[in-house]
Write a protein that binds this ligand. Structure first.
Ligand code: DGY
Length: 323
């Protein structure tokens, strides 16, 4: 039997690349260079499956090829706002993602960012490395206590819930939730959390606001200047979701004029390019999209793609089909 042809758009953990090569005719991206729209058009005309990830913008043009060979875009990652879902449907291309397996690690990273920005860990690290530390003193790099504060969580899916677990059970934080649909009261009860009806309700009562909603057109610039103005003057914004959810110009202005206490970002609107206004803000911690970047999560994400592909090519429904 001829093995389906599969293109990996980036380097993946070695064990997963090896596993894929056993069952499929795999083409690897050995240089790990991001593909262009023209590369995608060529790939979609040629491969049975394309395995993209967050760095791959696959819009309508990329899929608009005279004879698409690709039947499935098996995405490596939980977010898939980089893929035009309507265009995929039009061409009969299925889309799968990799939920669950990165929830712990992404929530861990959101906690890392929250602690870093509150406790000025970025400032401290830079000072030590620059040889500029003059020694302990009572007024040095004073931050904000995290334990016992109120955390507002926007988007209460798997990752938002893991964030709540850590913050409530580990740090005694009070949890307030905004989520588009009603959250099961039994789930809220696990974290003694309260659901509010609007983001406008959540922002003024939160000492920390952590974003865990999907990206995409619907949530683009959900955090804008009007909403930033609703945050407490000493509150912090954490984003491990998608860069487009935050209007970075508005955020930079809030940080520059100290209308919020600070922010910590793992994701950016035009990543890897950083808005130059953000780069000027001191009360900001920035990481290079590390949410799921652990050996455990990245391998598990890869094996989840393998499961989705195996199901698809066996003719059964992949469990992570999202479109
Ligand atoms: C995802 O899975 O969507 C992440 O952003 C990449 O880890």
């Amino acid at each position: 039997m001829i093995k389906p042809s599969v293109l990996l758009t980036r380097r993946w953990p070695k064990v997963v690349e090896q596993k894929l090569a056993e069952d499929y005719n795999v083409v690897l991206n050995r240089n790990d260079r991001p593909l262009s729209e023209a590369d995608f058009r060529e790939a979609i005309a040629k491969f049975d499956a394309v395995l993209p990830t967050v760095t791959d913008k696959i819009g309508a043009e990329a899929m608009n090829v005279p004879k698409a060979q690709t039947k499935i875009l098996a995405n490596y990652g939980v977010g898939f706002s980089h893929i035009d879902v309507n265009a995929a449907a039009k061409h009969g291309i299925a889309i799968t993602n990799t939920p669950d397996v990165l929830s712990d690690c992404t929530a861990d990273l959101a906690m890392t960012l929250m602690l870093m920005v509150a406790r000025r860990a970025g400032d401290g690290e830079r000072e030590v490395r620059a040889g500029a530390w003059s020694g302990w003193r009572p007024t040095h790099l004073i931050g904000t206590k995290v334990s016992g504060k109120t955390l507002g969580i926007v988007g209460f899916g798997r990752i938002g819930q893991q964030m709540a677990r850590r913050a409530h059970h580990g740090f005694g934080m009070e949890i307030v939730v905004f989520n588009r649909s009603k959250v099961d009261p039994k789930i809220l009860a696990q974290f003694n959390a309260r659901q509010v009806d609007t983001i406008e309700d959540l922002l003024p009562q939160s000492d920390f606001v952590s974003l865990h909603c999907p990206g995409g057109a619907e949530n683009r610039h959900m955090i804008n200047s009007a909403r930033l103005d609703l945050m407490k003057l000493d509150a912090f914004l954490i984003n491990t979701a998608r860069g487009e959810v935050v209007n970075e110009h508005a955020l930079a202005q809030s940080l520059m004029f100290d209308t919020i206490g600070g922010a910590a970002l793992d994701v950016f609107d035009a990543e890897p390019r950083i808005n130059p206004m953000l780069a000027q803000c001191d009360n900001l911690v920035m990481l290079p999209h590390l949410g799921s970047a652990t050996k455990e999560a990245r391998e598990a994400m890869g094996f989840r793609v393998v499961d989705n592909l195996n199901d698809f090519f066996k003719g059964s429904a992949p469990r992570d089909r999202v479109a």
